[in-house]
Design a protein around this ligand. Sequence first.
Ligand code: MRU
Length: 427
Amino acid sequence: MNWIVADWPWGIDFAVEKNRENGDTALFYRKSCFNRKNGDMGRLRQARLPSSIRSWGAGIGGSSFSMTVFTKGVAVSVEPVRWINNKLVIIDQTLLPALYKEMELNTAADVWEAIKVLRVRGAPAIGVCAAFGVVVGVREKAPQTIEEAHRAVNETAAFLATSRPTAVNLFWALDRMKAFAAACDASRLPAFLQAIEAEAVDICEEDKRRCRAIGEHGAALIQNGYGVLTHCNAGALATAAYGTALAVMFRAHELGKRFAVFADETRPLLQGARLTAWELQQAGIDVTLICDNMAAQVMREGRIQMVVVGADRIAANGDVANKIGTYGVATLAKAHGIPFYVAAPLSTFDLTLESGAEIPIELRDSEEVTHGFGKQTAPDGVKVYNPAFDVTPAEHIAGIITEQGILRRPFEESIESAMDRSNTTGG
Ligand code: MRU
């Protein structure tokens, strides 16, 4: 039996049981009747779900209650960052796939921590979360005047910008919030606060549209019978919804194409195993998990016809920073004559950088390598080098799938004209 258990502070428990043989799903729930005096958890009730439902994720934001439903064979996108009843609510991705749990982020420090420890991760999702984080941080400071509110926007943005260095979407979203606030002509405080909230919501909705368009453009690349390899997680969880690299797969699946996905486990934090395998499974896509060091063999066996990954920052020449290990996969793909694609929205491009050599690479805690998920796997005191990202040179990349279409070499030119088209059409 597979269990997804949501354990809520409000005392409502959910569990979803899937019967592996016939695919039936049952939802167990316990109403919010936790009795603090005697510890009684209330009666466990059970509801049998229609067989078309694969699983349910349940969440509470403020006083509202929400559910994410995955129907068999149809990709219904997870939304990892949402604004519900004036609250910022995220899925805590550090707990997946064992636990689907949502949490509220009520302070700028909460938002900073959530990004830092990867409760929210993936370049576009980090950007969306930071945009809402500015709203949260300004409210927290309780400004009394417009001037104070402007100061609060800039201070909060400066603080959130220190959370992680590589994904440019973080800085893109913060810069956009700052520019919007600076240009906002609201003369009264409530109107100003409402306006910056609306801008953050716009950033979120825009990311969803960009991801949908990436899926549309990229799906054409997948042919029946293909094996598609991906690294890390560039799915709905890494964006506002739907994903980038996985959007290509979700859309191809919706179009009825038959293909198999190989998901790299992605050491050291296992985003491929924990998140990509989970998302693809929920969508009913054929997914096989492999350890990172198996990719070469799987390619040699002829199982892979295409690679598609996401990106954290793309320089003007088309060099791509993505999760550590991506460069190795691209090199292997080249050696085996397999096309290597990157899927990313234009908010992931940083045209201030000429090449990938200028992209700041995050170094993370050595414990992620020596004590993965709490278990010691290396001797005490061993030296560790733990870069979280690497740079794939543009010459390894067959194309970059964006909301403006698939960009081809020479990337300097195709990137520039995609940006121009986007500016003309308003994104
Ligand atoms: O460290 P993470 O999990 O934030 O790294 C995420 C990745 O590298 C993704 O591939 C990238 O952000 C693209 S997300 C659409």
